[in-house]
Write a new protein. Structure first.
Length: 373
């Protein structure tokens, strides 16, 4: 393999794929990135056996071929090269060395044979549909904060993607929960998605996909999935991942339908008030108490060590008085997902889950469990 490639293109592609490579692995080839040069392009693949990222970029290919080289080391070398250079990559198959030349810099790295490298993107994906990249980005952003990090409940360590029928309409839903809070974002089901099975996309794959979408200018993403894997294709990037082999809980059972006390408030004003009163607490998990009465909301925090704080807001509320407590951090996390000028809190009593909605986006729904105050 021999080729010349622009340093900026090489750096961008390596930056995308090397982030899935684990720093410590017992399988040597998994520390490497697979590079294949042919037909005027250089393709990269990296995997940890659960997720694989592939990307293809333009290159002047003198001799076709393939090899694998240490992913993080190669990325660090290219990152430190001066801007504006062309980088020459020359693979010596006999010695399994990759020679790198750029300006006056020269490097030689040990390689491993291409045949040892595994592939996740191949195989049958019976379900295929397309989605706008902005829609996928929004669904990830509005839900991933609620993904559980508790490894014993592994089936909550991702986003549950499925079709949900509600009020006679079929919608594609993304749901995440950690048992304390639940986030759901839904959109009209795209053509071809109606028969898909419900799948759980792992947290790491969600993060990698989101970063890659940030660098993409492609308006549409092709989604392919099977019972055990899902693949996203956009620009010259392919993200493939194994799915979590588990059953996501019946989350609809925890969404209350009879919460009849309704608070309407500005998300911006509410968030600032919560943040201010929570300042006196050294622990962001400390409960903030919401005391509701007609047209008034009083937020308060009491800390045995630091003192206390309270603040009043004028709000739209005309139900009976209510006092309820929430984890301040959870309140702020949910509130950050509420765009627009008004959010809607639906309460039942101090011990029951609260539903939080955006007044301007009926595809968003959040459920938050209260705390004892």
């Amino acid at each position: 393999m021999k080729l010349t490639i622009d340093r900026a293109l090489l750096l961008k592609a390596l930056g995308h794929v090397q982030s899935v490579v684990e720093r410590r692995t017992t399988i040597p080839v998994l520390a490497n990135v697979l590079m294949e040069a042919r037909d005027g392009s250089l393709s990269f693949s990296a995997t940890d056996l659960d997720i694989e990222v592939q990307e293809k970029v333009r290159a002047e290919v003198v001799q076709s071929g393939a090899t694998t080289a240490p992913a993080h080391l190669l990325f660090d070398i290219v990152r430190k090269l001066p801007d504006g250079l062309d980088v020459e990559l020359d693979h010596d198959a006999g010695a399994e060395r990759l020679h790198i030349r750029a300006g006056r810099s020269r490097f030689s790295l040990a390689c491993l044979a291409r045949d040892e490298f595994p592939s996740l993107s191949e195989g049958d994906f019976p379900y295929q549909f397309k989605m706008e990249s902005d829609v996928i980005t929004k669904m990830i952003d509005k839900t991933r904060f609620a993904i559980s990090t508790e490894e014993t409940r592994y089936y909550l360590n991702g986003i549950y993607l499925h079709i949900r029928e509600h009020d006679g309409e079929r919608r594609l839903c993304a749901v995440a929960t950690d048992g304390h809070r639940l986030a759901m974002a839904s959109e009209e089901a795209p053509e071809g998605s109606l028969g898909i099975p419900g799948v759980i996309i792992p947290r790491k794959a969600v993060g990698e996909l989101r970063k890659l979408l940030d660098d993409s200018e492609e308006p549409m993403v092709e989604v392919s999935l099977s019972e055990s894997r899902i693949r996203f294709v956009f620009d010259m990037v392919v993200v493939s991942t194994k799915l979590i082999d588990g059953t996501f809980p019946d989350y609809e059972r925890v969404i209350p339908s009879d919460n009849d006390r309704v608070l309407k408030v500005s998300p911006e004003h509410f968030a600032k008030a919560v943040d201010r009163v929570a300042t006196v607490s050294f622990e962001k998990t400390r409960a903030v108490k919401l005391a509701l009465s007609p047209q008034k909301l009083e937020l308060s925090v009491t800390s045995p060590d630091a003192g206390s704080a309270s603040e009043e807001l004028e709000v739209d509320y005309d139900s009976s008085p209510l006092e309820i407590g929430f984890n301040a951090r959870y309140l702020l996390d949910i509130n950050a997902q509420l765009d627009g000028s008004e959010s809607r809190f639906e309460f039942k009593d101090p011990a029951s889950p609260t539903v939080i909605r955006s007044a301007e986006d009926d595809g968003l729904l959040f459920v938050l469990m209260p705390m004892r105050v």
